[in-house]
Design a protein around this ligand. Structure first.
Ligand SMILES: *Cc1c(COP(=O)(O)O)cnc(C)c1O
Length: 362
């Protein structure tokens, strides 16, 4: 066993969480969102564990091609779409379902001379998020233009994204839904709208397809509710080891800039993990780690490869002890993200490539 940090990925938990998605949205197809290396969990093992999904979704063409190269034949949605004629040909060859959020991309599509039609194109409707989305009128034009072009695409669908799905009861979600509902009703096209938060709190947004990301990984998108309360199991544990201990005297300063000073004789431990592994430097003097059952405060600045902890509450701690960084009921990534002033998405996707992934079950 090395003393370097690693993540332990529980693939059975991933499958459990997919089942939970199906319980929340029993009448919808599920495209499992595995962009950004499956939120840091490793895209190929995640895709394998999630094979029972009705499809996958990624952000970029390169992510979809990697899945195809590795033999995954499921429908794959590409959220950021494709822009050039060449990319459209590739997308059609590879049977992908791109999202269209720019009218120019359709001009490129119509010049692409596809050998075979795309299985589906998602038209991204602007409903209130004001990020990637086309006005209702433009979408209607595109529908007129593409609807009967079986040489270009077998099917059209409508997609939109909530800006505030994590805020329970927020009126803006209803407003976004109303915009979608109108076009959905008048066109009769398939609709995909719900991310994790909407899957769990806005059943009226489920429509034909749902697209869960975060909840698959067992993590809650809500500020006031943990994954466990939602019936989810955490998939990733980030683990490291105590690689040194020191006895500090009163007045000794710890780490770069001496940002923590011992007020009394203190036993201090060094853990092999730092911002170079994806442990946020915003957790300097703010984070906590777990040794056994004991939570221990991070002291001083987080370095690139290491961080320091106060071992005062854990006299039995010794060299080579396993240190949980996040991912258990006693120390969740949701809690740590809040301490770092960010969201769990950023911590999960930020786990660096140099951190080994170890897979269990599945
Ligand atoms: C990432 C993403 C999702 C998944 O969102 P979660 O909150 O992780 O469930 C869904 N839709 C789009 C367009 C996305 O970019």
């Amino acid at each position: 066993m090395s003393h370097y940090p690693f993540v332990r990925i529980d693939l059975a938990a991933l499958q459990h969480n997919l089942q939970q998605v199906r319980r929340y949205a029993p009448d919808s197809k599920v495209m499992s969102v595995i962009k950004a290396n499956a939120y840091g969990h490793g895209v190929l093992p995640a895709a394998k564990a999630l094979q029972q999904s009705d499809g996958f979704a990624v952000a970029r063409l390169s992510e979809a091609l990697l899945l195809r190269e590795n033999g995954y034949r499921q429908p794959i949605t590409v959220f950021e779409g494709v822009s050039s004629a060449e990319q459209w040909r590739l997308a059609a060859e590879q049977n992908l379902m791109p999202v269209v959020h720019q009218q120019q991309h359709v001009a490129a599509l119509l010049q692409a001379n596809l050998q075979q039609p795309l299985p589906m194109i998602w038209l991204m409707l602007e409903t209130g998020m004001h990020r990637l989305g086309l006005p209702d009128q433009t979408v209607q034009q595109l529908i007129t233009q593409l609807r009967y072009r079986q040489d270009v695409t077998m099917q059209l669908g409508l997609m939109s994204h909530f800006a505030n799905a994590d805020l329970f009861g927020d009126q803006r979600n209803q407003q976004q839904l109303a915009v979608m509902q109108q076009l959905a009703a008048s066109t009769g096209l398939a609709v995909c709208m719900a991310n994790s938060a909407a899957i769990m709190t806005l059943p009226e947004s489920h429509y034909d397809w749902v697209r869960p990301g975060l909840m698959l990984y067992g993590v809650s998108p809500f500020a006031d509710k943990g994954g466990a309360e939602l019936g989810l199991k955490p998939v990733m544990q980030l683990i490291s080891k105590l690689i040194a201990t020191q006895q500090l005297k009163t007045g000794d300063e710890v780490g770069y800039g001496g940002q923590w000073t011992a007020r009394k004789p203190t036993r201090m431990g060094v853990v092999s993990i730092g911002y170079g592994d994806g442990y946020s430097r915003h957790l300097s003097n703010a984070g906590e780690v777990l040794i056994g059952e004991q939570r221990l405060p991070v002291i001083g600045r987080v370095s690139m490869d290491t961080l320091c902890v106060d071992l005062g509450n854990c006299p039995q701690a010794q060299l080579d002890d396993e240190v949980i960084i996040w991912g258990t009921a006693d120390l969740t990534v949701e809690w740590l993200a809040e301490k770092a002033g960010t969201i769990p998405y950023e911590l999960l996707t930020g786990v660096a490539p140099r951190v080994n992934r170890e897979y269990q079950d599945g």
